[in-house]
Design a protein around this ligand. Structure first.
Ligand code: OAD
Length: 324
């Protein structure tokens, strides 16, 4: 099936989102790019640190060989992040968590910006740069407020602490991974945002979701190896694309409630709804949702009253008023 490459959000994607009960989102470095966080690939400037490629300095072997150098690298990264704020893409995803029956946000990012934007229960596949972990007992510590950002030793056992992030050559935290894999396979729509989709196992999550029947959507200005199995790709920056998708989702929630209320509405309420519709449509084309013929007739009457081109059809999506 040919992949749909969109600049805009097409009718099928809107409909998929409207009817989705489970949404799974996987984000990568690109979602934080507009916050000023450098990406790893595709033009980022963190590819080399003091002559060492990032997959060498960020490796399990380096922790064993030279833990202070690893800390120095992560001190630098925390220094960059300290000045970064969540961007509209993070904010849009935070709003989504309450719009769907089941919503999961999994990220490869260690910057903590999703949580800073208000997202709850983020599955941090690669850990968090603002935490340290004991190399011996695994005890964790929040280091955000710590002077210099490094705990001297584990409070519980006195051993060395290391950044609580997944490094090359290390396993992902099993509980987080299992949770993410389970939810990816149970979603209706899977959205992949700002990742080059080449680092496994995280990159396997959208593939698994697609195999399990999810509608797969990529938001990335550049194509990736995942693009060819996507149902739709939005070739825009996350900070532009996600707020637009969020607006679509808001309208859909609004419309669903509207449908229920319309069927029990009084003429006064319908008059108010019609006025709102005129304001929203701004001379556009109104299509209405109606399950029963009585509701369609009532909306038809409202539409005619306000001089709108209204041909009520059951099951059409009123969200299209702003997006048609
Ligand atoms: P990459 O740096 O590999 O890829 C960033 C992706 O974001 C690229 O595909 C860009 O085209 C895209 N991009 C750039 N700006 C964007 C924007 N404004 N909106 C949307 N997309 C944009 O980052 P990841 O795929 O996250 O792992 O990298 C995966 C893992 O590789 C990282 O978690 C890290 C790294 O090694 C570990 O450190 C374990």
């Amino acid at each position: 099936m040919p992949v749909k490459q969109e600049q805009n959000i097409d009718a099928e994607l809107r409909e998929r989102l409207r009817s989705a009960r489970g949404v799974f989102v996987l984000t990568g470095a690109g979602v934080s790019a507009e916050s000023g966080v450098p990406t790893f690939r595709g033009g980022g400037n963190t590819a080399v640190w003091k002559g060492l490629p990032f997959d060498v300095i960020s490796s399990a072997g380096m922790v064993a060989r030279d833990l202070p150098a690893v800390w120095e690298w992560f001190d630098y990264r925390r220094g960059v992040l300290r000045h970064c704020q969540p961007n509209p893409a993070h904010a849009a995803l935070a709003r989504w968590q309450d719009r769907f029956e089941r919503f999961t946000l999994a990220t490869q990012n260690i910057d903590g910006l999703h949580a800073a934007a208000g997202s709850r229960g983020v599955l941090e596949l690669h850990g968090n740069v603002w935490r340290a972990r004991c190399v011996a007992c695994g005890g964790r510590e929040d280091i955000r407020e710590m002077n210099g950002g490094r705990p001297p030793a584990c409070r519980a056992c006195g051993e060395w602490m290391r950044p609580d992030v997944v490094l090359f050559g290390e396993m992902l935290p099993v509980d987080v991974w299992e949770e993410a894999a389970g939810r990816a396979c149970a979603c209706d729509v899977c959205l992949v945002v700002g990742t080059s989709a080449i680092v496994y196992p995280a990159a396997g999550l959208p593939v698994a979701a697609r195999r399990a029947g999810a509608y797969l959507v990529e938001v990335n200005p550049e194509p990736t190896p995942l693009s060819e199995i996507c149902d739709a790709t939005i070739r825009r920056r996350a900070g532009e694309a996600l707020p637009r998708l969020a607006i679509a989702a808001v309208l859909m929630g609004f419309n669903r409630n509207l449908l229920v209320q319309m069927q029990q509405a009084t003429p006064a309420t319908l008059g108010l709804a019609g006025t709102l519709a005129v304001l929203l449509c701004y001379g556009g084309h109104l299509r209405v949702v109606g399950e029963s013929s009585a509701a369609r007739l009532r909306m038809g009457a409202v539409g005619s009253l306000f001089g709108l081109a209204s041909t009520p059809q059951p099951g059409t999506c009123a969200g299209s008023i702003l997006w048609a």
